[in-house]
Design a protein. Structure first.
Length: 60
């Protein structure tokens, strides 16, 4: 009985892994929305800036 439960669990995990790798057409390049956020680097200090606000270093 325990072997059957473990086997079904592993099969379910394999099916979920297959769906996780699936990339649907027309849904972008498959990255999360956070990866497509508006980002850039400060030309003065090199920190990553998120959004359009000023850099904390105050130079740019």
């Amino acid at each position: 009985m325990l072997l059957k439960v473990v086997t079904l669990f592993l099969i379910a995990m394999a099916v979920l892994a297959m769906f996780g790798r699936l990339r649907l057409p027309g849904k972008g390049d498959g990255r999360f929305a956070l990866g497509r956020a508006k980002t850039g680097k400060c030309p003065a200090c090199g920190r990553h800036r998120i959004g359009s606000g000023p850099c904390p270093c105050g130079k740019a």
